[in-house]
Each structure stands twice: as structure tokens, then as C-alpha cells.
Ligand binder design. Structure first.
Ligand code: ATP
Length: 756
């Protein structure tokens, strides 16, 4: 790969189209001061995508356009094209607008145009591309817009002039390690962005947290309320279903009971209708009849007694008459009491018998006939004098006895009759008694029944009152159910209490008690619901979900950022490691060449690049320029820059500042060439790098240029004849008509002259 052509049109002093053909290893551009040679170098920077207008000696993009002269009017566009040989296909590029930019050609042409408004246009092989694409394309062949391969006028000793830190960067660039720096910087930028993002996300998340917590609490409440509502809904459903069933059942039971009571009433009323009033003082005729019969018997007994008295008297009389008759017959008299008082037994016994028979009971007898009365009576009798005249004489009493015996018989019969009457009367009494007891039993039974019915009626009255109460309470129950239903509607809506479809096990034990238990449970749920409060909270839930999603997004993002920070840190570390190791290897190689070129230039001595610690400022001291160093302990991350150590032959030089202008220039060239040797760019542009050299050094410079041209194509802007002599092609640049630069190919013989 090498440079084939450069075409300028309207760029700076090149008002007209000018072409440089580079088909040899060393090309020299010569011409008088101010003719536009440096403009050619700058056109190369320009076309390769240089963004710093300052580095092209301009203030704006428009400064790159020919600004006009007396003869030539100002232009509105500048265009530069550079043509590379690509027969070895070294150029590579990615995609543009999803189409791969095709560089698979023998030639690759890069074009850049700038317009008076500062707008730029980039083209690769005539196709418009982005600036980025140009950078990518030239990076693929180890060249860059402001790269080390274009050394502008006075820029040769920039390696010497820069500080150790910048020098290191320049050397890194020359070693082609800039890509690592880019990547490190890019990664660091990304890292910073990531850290910023992380902070931002953290802040956002922190800000979100209390709101999210608040929302979560609300949503938890709503969730709880929702659960309670569905629980309540289920309770309501079974409650209403059960209640309807229970009410129907209660009403049915009530009807049945009412009918039953009604029927019982009919029965009881019928009983009373048939029964009439109960006489508790009822007197039975049998009782009177029995009393009458008893009186009769008593009277009969009196009669019997009288009869018996009569009989006794008669028997006494008979016995007396018999004795009279016997005594008169036997003439016998005794000193016995019997003989002396024949009338005794009769009188006393008769008297007693009378007394006894007039008494109905034995108590009466014992009252009248006591042992004492009998004794007294006997004593009284014994005191009375016995009349001897009264002593019986024989008499005949047979007829009288016979009469008396007949009388006795009649009395006996009479008594028998009376006893018979008593017996039959007693029989009657027995019969009556039997009848009476039967009647009494019947009466008692009937009374008992009556009272039973009275009690039954009372019980029925009670039952009827109970039925009324039950009826009323059924009504109250219906009201209560309706009130409960209305409340349920308000709380849960119709859909929440759809219970009609609920199947009830009809044989299940729904009772008023079980319903009351259910109702109390519902009340408890309602109270809990009321405590929680709040509506359905659809919006709140939505807000919570959105906030949660946002929070989770942030959490995920933070995680991602953290991961990317970690991987970026790792990438940076790796890149730095690679950079360092490649840099160290590179510096080693440079030093070999640097020392060689230095010795060549100075005819001896020593030169090398050395790592040097970059001293960091801890803080800027308030009293001016005094700086504080940070010890290594304080900061582990020590950064190294590059110092240049030189030792001139025959001279004791310890510092670069002690070098003369020429020596500085020689040292710079030695380093420059060493760099180019170690990592040769496809081409190298040197704008009057040889300006300060004396003749002897110009010779050495020429030798080195020739050496270098083996690795890189060289475009040298020079006034130096020695340098010119090493070029295969010479271009003369001159300021022609209308202050426009013009070009022409020269022969060496003419060149020296031309350059002046
Ligand atoms: P030296 O040998 O002294 O370094 P040089 O050949 O490198 O000179 P340049 O510096 O390339 O010359 O050219 C400078 C010339 O270009 C000046 O004459 C300047 O007026 C001219 N020039 C620069 N920019 C423009 C522009 N935009 N339009 C017209 N002329 C311009």
C-alpha cells in the first residue's frame, strides 16, 4: 500500500485543480517561501479527517477554502482527494447505513469537501460516508489525521519539547498504541457515564422508595380488604341462602303448628260443649238412702231389745211361776238369798237389760252399767226387810205359764222377723254402698278429665300466644334480612352476593343459632373492613404496579450498571496492561534505533527513552506555584511518563535544555526516525524537518531518509539540496497569477534554483 495521488481543488492557496502523483518512495516538494508547500501537507491532514482547524492554521472551516484575490474570485468549496494503492487489499472498513462500504478495489480514494458555511462532506470511492468511517478506514492502515507520520513545519522537535506525560502519549501514538488509549479513554468515559448513571439511578431509587413503601402499604390494605370482601361475600352468600331456606322452613313449621293447635282447640271446645259445668259439691241419693237404712236398722234394734226385754220379763214371770208352783209342792225353804229374796234376780237384771237395750252402742252400756252401780244396787236391796207374809204358798200357775209361754213364742217370732228385716236392710245398704263407690269413682274420673281439658286449653292458649310471637319474630326476621341485604349491596354490590345459585343441603342443620353465629362472624368482618377503609383502589394499584415496575427497572438497571462498571474496570485494567507491556516492548525497540540514529547523527554519544514518574499535584497551593508531591504510599497508582536521556560525544550534557538548536533538531530527527523505523507508517510527511542542519548533517539526514524509505513512502518539503537529491520525484510549488499556487514536476538540476 502506498500513496498514489493527491488532488487539491480550491484548498487554501490552491485555487485551481492541482495534482501530485506519488509513485516513488521519496517525493520532494520544493518552492519559495509562502508558495503553498505547507498547504499541501495540511491538505493531507485535511483529507484524512483532521478536526483541528488550528493545526491547519485556520480559525474556521471556511479558512480552508481559497479566499479569492484580485484576479480570482473567492470560492465556496474546497476539495481534497487522496488516492491509495490497494492492490494488496489492506484497507478495511465496517458498515455504513447498514451497507458495507466496499473498499475491495485496487485504488481507494478518500475525498473531503468543505463549504463556506463550514459543512463537511466525506467520500470513499465517490460514496458519501461519515467522518467516523474515514477514521476507521485510515486507522486500519496505521495512519491518522494528526498522526506521527505528518510532521509539520517546526513540529519535529515536539517530542523534545513536550513534558514527560505528553511525550509518552506521542510515543504511544507513534507505536500505534493510540488505539489502546482511545479504548481506555472511551472505556473511562463509559465508566464515568456509568457511574453518573448509577448515582442518578440510586438517587431516583432512593426518592422512589418512600412513595413505593407508602403505596405498598396501601396496596396491602386493599389486598387485605379484597380478601376480607371476598370472605365476607362468601359468608353473605351462604348466610342469605341459609336464611331464605330457614325462613321458609320456620314459616312451614309455624303453619303446621298453627293447624295442629287449631285442631286441638276444636277437640277441647267439643269436650267443653258436651261436658257442661262441673258440680264439685255433688250429693248422691245413695248416701241418703244408706243413712235412712242405717236409721231403720237402729230403730229395728231398739224394737228387738224391747221385745227381748219383754221376753226376759215373761221368762222371769214364767220362772217365778214355776218356782212358786215347785215350792208349794216341796215346802222347802232355804236360807239362801234365792229363797229369802226371790225377786232379786228378776228386778236387778230387768233393770239392767232395759238400760242396756236402750243404748245403741256398747259405750252407752258401759256408761250406764258399771260394776259400781251394780254393787250399790245389790247393797241397797239387801238392806230392805223381808216380809214373812210374802212367803209363797202352794199355788197352781199352769195356765198362766202356758199363756206366758205362748206370748214368749210370739215375741221370739217377732224378734226373728225384725232380724230378717235388719238383714235385708243391711243388704240394701251394701248394694247402695257399692253403687255409691262406683258413682264416686266415675265422678272423680270425669272431674279429672275436666281439669285436664282446662289445663290443655290453657296450654293451647299459651301455644297460640307463642305462635303469634313466632309469627311476629318471622316478620322481624324478614326485615332484618332485608336490611342486611341492603347493607351487603352497598358494601359488595350485586355481583358480590350472588347467592341464588348456591346449593343448600336441605337436610343440613341450619338453625337460628347457626345463623346468628354466621351473622356475628359477618359483623366482625365488616368491622375489620371498616377499620381498613379505602375503596377498590384500582388507580392506586395501578400506580403501585407502575412504581414497582419502575423500581424494579431501576434495580435491574443498577445491577446492569454495576456489572458494566465492573467489566469496564476490568477492560480498562486489561487495556492498560496490554498498553504497558506493548509500550515497554516498543520503547525497548525504539531505544535500539534511537541510539543507533543518534550515534549516526552525532558520530557518537548515547540516547534513550526512560520511564519517569509523573508527579501529581495533590492540590494547587493557594500561595502561588508551590506544589506538593504525593508520595507513592499515598497513591498506589503511579503513572509513568517518558524522559529522554542523551549523552553527546565529547560534551557533558545532562539536560535536554542544554542542547543547541541544531543539536535539538538532530536529536529530534534521530528519535523521529527511530519511531518510524520501529512502527513504519505507510507514508511519512516531513515539512522542512531538515531546516536547521549543516551540510555534514544534511548528508546524514539524507542517508537516514533513504533508509527510512525502505519502510515508508516519504514526502519531504525541503529547501535542502542534499535532501532534494535523494528524491525520485520533485514537485515545484509556486504562487502564480492571482496568488494561486501552481505545481509542476521538476528535474533535480532545476529544483535547487526553483526552490529559491
Ligand atoms: P515557507 O517556505 O515559508 O514555509 P510555504 O511554501 O510553506 O512557505 P505556505 O505556508 O504553505 O507556504 O503558504 C502560505 C500561503 O498560502 C500564503 O501566501 C497565504 O496567503 C496562502 N493562503 C493561506 N490560506 C489561504 C486561503 N485560504 N486562500 C488563499 N491563499 C491562502
Amino acid at each position: 500500500m502506498h500513496l498514489k495521488r493527491l488532488e487539491l481543488n480550491g484548498f487554501k492557496s490552491f485555487a485551481h485543480k492541482s495534482e501530485f502523483v506519488f509513485d516513488v518512495p521519496i517525493i520532494a516538494i520544493v518552492g519559495p517561501n509562502g508558495s503553498g508547500k505547507s498547504n499541501v501537507v495540511e491538505s493531507i491532514r485535511f483529507v484524512l479527517g483532521e478536526q483541528s482547524v488550528k493545526s491547519m492554521r485556520g480559525k474556521t472551516g471556511a479558512d480552508m477554502i481559497f479566499k479569492g484575490s484580485k484576479e480570482i474570485s473567492k470560492l465556496s468549496r474546497a476539495s481534497v482527494s487522496i488516492v491509495f494503492d490497494n492492490t494488496d487489499r489492506v484497507f478495511h472498513i465496517g458498515q455504513h447505513n447498514n451497507t458495507k462500504i466496499n473498499v475491495d478495489f485496487d485504488e481507494v480514494t478518500i475525498t473531503r469537501e468543505v463549504y463556506s458555511d463550514g459543512a463537511n462532506k466525506y467520500l470513499i470511492n465517490g460514496h458519501e460516508v461519515r467522518m467516523k468511517d474515514i477514521h476507521e478506514l485510515i486507522a486500519s492502515v496505521n495512519i491518522g489525521a494528526s498522526g506521527h507520520h505528518i510532521i509539520s513545519q517546526g513540529e519535529a522537535d515536539r517530542y523534545l519539547n513536550s513534558n514527560i506525560k505528553d511525550r509518552r502519549e506521542l510515543i504511544e501514538e507513534a507505536l500505534g498504541l493510540k488505539v489502546y488509549q482511545y479504548r481506555i479513554k472511551e472505556s473511562q468515559r463509559k465508566l464515568k457515564r456509568a457511574e453518573d448513571n448509577m448515582r442518578e439511578s440510586e438517587i431516583m431509587r432512593r426518592e422512589l422508595a418512600p412513595h413505593l413503601r407508602f403505596l405498598k402499604r396501601q396496596v396491602d390494605k386493599i389486598e387485605k380488604a379484597k380478601n376480607l370482601r371476598s370472605e365476607l361475600g362468601l359468608k353473605y352468600q351462604s348466610y342469605f341462602a341459609n336464611e331464605d331456606y330457614l325462613r321458609r322452613k320456620l314459616a312451614r313449621d309455624l303453619d303446621i303448628d298453627r293447624e295442629k293447635i287449631q285442631a286441638e282447640y276444636v277437640q277441647v271446645n267439643d269436650f267443653f260443649k258436651n261436658y257442661g259445668e262441673v258440680d264439685t259439691q255433688k250429693i248422691f241419693s245413695e248416701e241418703q238412702d244408706i243413712a235412712k237404712a242405717h236409721k231403720q236398722i237402729a230403730e229395728l234394734n231398739v224394737k228387738i231389745t224391747q221385745e227381748r226385754q219383754e221376753l226376759g220379763r215373761i221368762e222371769g214371770m214364767v220362772a217365778m211361776l214355776v218356782k212358786q208352783q215347785e215350792a208349794s209342792q216341796n215346802k222347802a225353804t232355804d236360807s239362801s238369798i234365792q229363797k229369802k229374796h226371790p225377786g232379786f234376780s228378776y228386778d236387778v237384771v230387768a233393770e239392767f237389760l232395759t238400760t242396756v237395750t236402750t243404748q245403741i252402742d256398747l259405750m252407752g252400756v258401759s256408761r250406764h252399767v258399771t260394776f259400781q252401780t251394780i254393787k250399790d244396787r245389790i247393797k241397797e236391796f239387801l238392806k230392805s226387810p223381808v216380809e214373812p207374809a210374802a212367803l209363797p204358798t202352794f199355788v197352781d200357775n199352769s195356765s198362766e205359764i202356758k199363756n206366758l209361754e205362748e206370748k214368749k213364742k210370739s215375741i221370739h217370732d217377732n224378734i226373728e222377723d225384725l232380724l230378717g228385716i235388719i238383714d235385708s236392710t243391711q243388704e240394701t245398704i251394701n248394694q247402695l254402698g257399692h253403687l255409691l263407690s262406683t258413682k264416686r269413682q266415675q265422678d272423680q274420673k270425669s272431674q279429672r278429665q275436666y281439669y285436664e281439658y282446662v289445663a290443655k286449653k290453657k296450654e293451647l292458649d299459651g301455644k297460640r300466644a307463642l305462635i303469634t310471637t313466632r309469627d311476629e319474630s318471622l316478620g322481624l326476621r324478614a326485615n332484618a334480612r332485608n336490611e342486611e341485604y341492603q347493607e351487603a349491596l352497598v358494601l359488595l354490590g350485586v355481583s358480590g352476593i350472588q347467592y341464588q345459585t348456591i346449593a343448600i343441603e336441605h337436610d343440613m342443620d341450619v338453625t337460628t343459632q347457626s345463623q346468628e353465629v354466621a351473622r356475628r362472624e359477618m359483623e366482625r368482618l365488616k368491622i375489620r373492613l371498616e377499620d381498613i377503609g379505602g375503596g377498590s383502589g384500582v388507580e392506586l394499584i395501578q400506580e403501585y404496579e407502575e412504581t414497582l415496575e419502575r423500581d424494579q427497572f431501576l434495580e435491574k438497571e443498577l445491577e446492569d450498571i454495576k456489572n458494566s462498571i465492573e467489566s469496564l474496570e476490568k477492560i480498562i485494567e486489561d487495556l492498560k496492561e496490554t498498553l504497558n507491556s506493548q509500550f515497554n516492548t516498543g520503547v525497548k525497540k525504539i531505544n535500539e534505533q534511537f541510539d543507533r540514529f543518534f550515534k549516526l547523527m552525532f558520530g557518537g554519544g548515547k540516547a534513550k527513552l526512560e520511564p519517569a514518574i509523573i508527579k501529581k499535584r495533590k492540590r494547587k497551593a493557594s500561595d502561588g506555584e508551590q506544589l506538593e508531591l504525593i508520595s507513592e504510599d499515598e497513591d498506589q497508582k503511579v503513572e509513568y511518563g517518558i524522559d529522554i536521556a542523551v549523552q553527546l560525544p565529547r560534551k557533558k550534557v545532562s539536560d535536554l535544555d542544554m542542547l543547541s538548536g541544531g543539536e535539538r533538531s538532530l536529536t529530534s530527527i534521530a528519535l523521529l526516525f527511530a519511531l518510524s523505523q520501529v512502527n513504519p507508517p505507510p507514508f511519512l510527511v516531513l515539512d522542512e524537518t531538515d531546516a536547521a542542519l549543516d551540510e555534514a548533517n544534511s548528508q546524514r539526514y539524507g542517508d537516514m531518509v533513504e533508509q527510512l524509505s525502505q519502510f515508508s513512502q516519504l514526502i519531504v518539503v525541503t529547501h535542502n539540496r542534499e535532501t532534494m537529491s535523494r528524491a525520485q520525484t520533485l514537485f515545484g510549488v509556486t504562487l502564480g497569477k492571482g496568488d494561486a499556487s501552481t505545481t509542476l514536476s521538476l528535474r533535480l538540476e532545476d529544483a535547487t534554483q526553483y526552490a529559491k
